[in-house]
Design a protein around this ligand. Sequence first.
Ligand SMILES: Nc1ncnc2c1ncn2[C@@H]1O[C@H](COP(=O)(O)OP(=O)(O)OP(=O)(O)O)[C@@H](O)[C@H]1O
Length: 368
Amino acid sequence: MILKEHAVRDYRNIEAASFRPGPQLTVICGKNGQGKTNLLESIWLLSGAKSFRGGKDAQLVRRGLPFAVVESRALSDGGEEKAYRLVIGGEGCAEAGVRPGRSAQLDGVDLGRATNLAGNFYAVVFAPTHLSLVKGSPEGRRRFVDAALCQLYPGYIAVYRRYIRALAQKNALLRDARRFEGLEELLDTFDAALAEAGGEMIRRRRDYLESLFAIASETYDSLSAGSENCSFFYEPSAADGGDLLQRIRAARPADLRAGCCTVGPHREDVGIRIGGEDARAFGSQGQQRSAALSLKLAEARQIALVTGSEPVMLLDDVLSELDGARREFLLGRIEGRQVLLTSCDAAAFHDTPGAIWEMEGGRLRQVQ
Ligand SMILES: Nc1ncnc2c1ncn2[C@@H]1O[C@H](COP(=O)(O)OP(=O)(O)OP(=O)(O)O)[C@@H](O)[C@H]1O
């Protein structure tokens, strides 16, 4: 996958910027708070996913303006060029004739919601928050897995949405259980919906993680020069949809006491062991970072294996957070892919063959 051309208008602090990244390395440098991550984030949106920073779509639009526009051209590994257009509606967008949220066009064809772009533009983003993937909360690990699945399997997002909708409805019911007549029947209905979508999520997560974890363990092995072993394992909430339904039903008294649904894919986690010990509790910071880096590199490899397309690598200021050995390892492993990285330290890249752009106050200019 090669991003050939990228332009944004009224996107966060960027009034207008456009550039043509090189086929290999492009560095976007600049001081803190100038808009480097904003630019990388706008590229990530071409994958159809939500921002990797979280938050609402409306926050992507330049303050005080009704909408933002992102326009790009990208080449797939099969040599096919596609034109992408995203329009993001913010406050007051209706008056400007723009839908709220992210809408997309591909080669001039209206796709509706931007999530329908999934499966066209493949990217892997690696940001400082990912370095705490191991030691952080289970929610961060679930988000990592779900985002990867949404990108690889466009059908996953529909299943995920069905599950989240049923979960929100059931939780609303549980929060105020005494008010509802026919509570048990209503809960039965939501439990069936949760088990149907949840069972499918478990199946997809299991299949994906099995191969992802094999690659991540191998990567960790090379990173630590075989000195220690790192294993990753999925902790599913049930074996399948039928088993999930039974577990959800059995948890009903606990759910009623807690006022929320306590069993299901929204409570799952990924276990990580280094040298046989729980990496979250006992891993050193360096070991935890190596495990996170291995997961991210495995994500890129997995995309290439499943789709036949090398993803564009978006590295948001991670190099400064990695020590020399890990930095070298990462840069060695991303060869053969297009890489866009942000850094506060332009001088560190003067010897590199790629192009260097500077972002200052939302304005972009090429400096090398
Ligand atoms: N919707 C918005 N409208 C206008 N400005 C915004 C909006 N959202 C964020 N910003 C501004 O964007 C700037 C942050 O940009 P960004 O996160 O890309 O910085 P950065 O160059 O990556 O910095 P760092 O090196 O510190 O990570 C902040 O000044 C913030 O106020």
